[in-house]
Design a protein around this ligand. Structure first.
Ligand code: M6R
Length: 601
């Protein structure tokens, strides 16, 4: 996730671009850049690091530039944070800023290279600059329209040229808002950045081009026909706007999951070939020699690892050990072991330490992380980025479900390379998998019902979560969330384990959340707790005829494959803990005693 901005007006563009960019810094902050018209030419300033650093350099140069420009704050997905990879990217006198992922960039890059274009970054975005330049014959909007018709993927795009008096913007599956001022117009990835300047906004829709002049705004479709647009008046306050209208970052991030999952999958699935395209950093011959997988991680990321234990055995025939990183003891691992480190931040000291302990064993290592260029990526052969954009709330939400998605991709990738699953079976799984973002949206649409349940049980002194198979790690994660943000003591158990001790704690009115979307055996565990007076909150597949009879409360989810159902149960439990914490007045985004990134052992 990145932030893009633009300005066309009567004032110097630089200060406005920096100010609006800083308001988008929550979308990413590893590099920044601006491009402006300057005495009939283009002037580009960009660098790795924070926006404030770049702004200092701009001021030192005497605040150059005219009254029209574009800007970008980056959260790296393709290519590490560096000066070259920072946006804007240029081609001739065209500069672009891009938020999204160009899925067919390798193919486009090759074609443009053959046409004589040279690349100075590792990004997918740079192809857009060259492609627009390639199509530019005097009308910038036409060139943008022709270029994007060749692009697969997602984009919010702002384009500047010293030969055009308008900035041209386009979008597909990435947000873009135009702020309409008096004699000037603004662009930003999100409304908050615009509020100090204007409260009149137009939200660009997929398949539309905005041609933004100083005092005029034109919106067209891709074939150049004018499109009527709706101007919206924003009456939120700035604080709410920073969270996109949500009351907390956690709630915003929970709602970002359909999009985050799409980003994790983008360009990695071949439904036709029945395979997953991920470079592991070593050959498929080596993949075939792997006999065991060891996963190291902490907290929520550890729960993602536990789910992979079931998945990798089924999809790739590989037994998996999952270790809490701080307890990692396998210093004598056999060479045919694959080590997978999972860490959303890529900076968790316990996980980094475990990787270092394992490195003398000469084994292959993979990281799954959300942060490009984070320390973990320097300690492994290959990295799978989850690409969900920065997560501000301390509680991991979208990073967890994206880790699950990355593990599903990795499981299928390993299974296909090892011949454990057929292309046909993989294809079926992938087709179903690509429906996951839509299923997650259906769960989010049920939030009011989940809120009522959360409020009903918010006074409980303890909570239990039970699940079996893929749903056991999710029960653990549900309990962790309830402890972490609502401060209610909560236990997650494998359904079959209750009778071996914890059942003694179930008394009249104890809320037990049973994850019952798949598998019949959980039903006997449900009966066990009901017989002890528990209040049963059952999470079931829509249309389940049985559980309604024994549960106090039922939450229905869309029917899905068991592994996908695990993701849907996760989202339900995130909402349950969020609304419980809200009812109890907790400090949700910054729970007591915790930190987003734990860099001490
Ligand atoms: O950045 P990491 O994924 O390595 O962090 C590991 C844990 O600290 C983290 O998952 C923690 O448990 C979550 N913030 C809980 O929501």
């Amino acid at each position: 996730m990145c932030g893009i901005v633009a300005y066309v007006g009567a004032e110097k563009a630089g200060p406005i671009l920096f100010d609006t960019l800083k308001r988008l810094e929550y979308r990413g902050y590893d590099s920044a850049g601006i491009a402006m018209r300057s005495n009939g030419d283009l002037l580009v300033l960009k660098s790795a690091g924070r926006i404030s650093e770049l702004e200092k350099a701009y001021l030192t140069q005497g605040s150059p530039g005219d009254c029209m420009g574009i800007g970008h704050t980056r959260w790296a997905t393709h290519g590490r944070p560096s000066d070259d990879n920072a946006h804007p990217h240029t081609s001739g006198d065209i500069a672009i800023v891009h938020n999204g992922i160009i899925e067919n960039y390798l193919e486009l890059r090759e074609r443009l290279f053959d046409l004589g274009y040279r690349f100075s970054s590792e990004t997918d975005s740079e192809v857009l600059a060259h492609l627009i330049n390639h199509h530019f014959r005097g009308d910038l909007a036409e060139a943008v329209s022709e270029a994007i018709s060749e692009v697969e993927g997602s984009y919010a795009l702002a384009v500047l040229s010293s030969r055009s008096s308008a900035v041209v913007c386009a979008r597909k599956d990435s947000p873009l808002v135009i702020g309409v001022g008096l004699g000037c117009n603004y662009v930003a990835s999100d409304v908050p950045a615009l509020l100090p300047y204007t409260r009149e906004v137009v939200r660009l829709r997929d398949g539309e081009l905005a041609i933004i002049h100083r005092g005029q705004l034109e919106i067209k479709d891709l074939s150049g026909r004018p499109v009527a647009y709706l101007m919206e008046h924003i009456d939120w306050d700035v604080d709410a706007a920073e969270k996109g209208g949500y009351s907390h970052f956690m709630l915003k991030e929970i709602h970002e999951q359909p999009r985050a999952l799409q980003e994790t999958m983008a360009g990695r699935i071949s439904e036709i070939g029945g395979d997953v395209m991920i470079d592991l950093g070593f050959s498929d011959d080596e993949v075939r020699k792997i006999q065991r997988v060891c996963i190291v991680a902490c907290g929520t990321s550890y729960h993602a690892g536990l789910l992979a234990r079931y998945l990798f055995l089924r999809a790739a025939g590989l037994p998996v050990d999952v270790e809490v990183a701080s307890e990692f003891q396998h210093q004598q691992m056999r060479p045919e072991t694959l080590l997978v480190a999972i860490s959303q931040s890529g900076e968790t000291a316990d996980t980094l330490q475990a990787l270092k302990k394992a490195s003398p064993c000469g084994i292959r290592c993979i990281a799954i992380t959300n942060v490009v260029g984070s320390t973990v990526t320097n300690l492994v052969d290959g990295t799978i980025y989850t690409r969900c954009g920065p997560e501000i709330g301390v509680a991991a939400t979208k990073t967890f479900t994206s880790q699950l998605a990355a593990l599903i991709l990795l499981g299928i990738r390993l299974g296909r390379a090892r011949g454990h699953i057929s292309p046909d079976k993989a294809r079926k799984m992938l087709v179903e998998f690509s429906r996951l973002p839509g299923f997650v949206q259906e769960v989010l649409d049920e939030r009011e019902k989940i809120r009522e349940i959360a409020e009903q049980y918010a006074g409980s002194s303890t909570y239990f979560f039970i699940g079996r198979d893929y749903l056991y790690p999710i029960a653990l994660e549900g309990a962790l969330k309830m402890k972490e943000i609502a401060y209610i003591p909560a236990e997650g158990y494998a359904g079959g384990e209750l009778k071996h001790g914890p059942l003694a704690l179930i008394t009249d009115g104890t809320p037990v959340v049973a994850l019952a979307t798949c598998g019949k055996k959980i039903q006997s565990n449900i009966k066990e707790v009901r017989a002890r007076g528990a209040e049963l909150i059952a999470i079931v597949e829509r249309g389940d005829p049985n559980i309604g009879k024994v549960a106090s409360t039922v939450i229905e989810l869309p029917p899905a494959m068991p592994i996908l159902s695990a993701v849907l149960c996760t989202v339900t439990l995130q909402l349950l803990s969020y609304y419980t914490a809200l009812k109890l007045g907790r400090e949700i985004d910054k729970p007591r005693n915790l930190a987003k990134s734990v860099t001490v052992e």
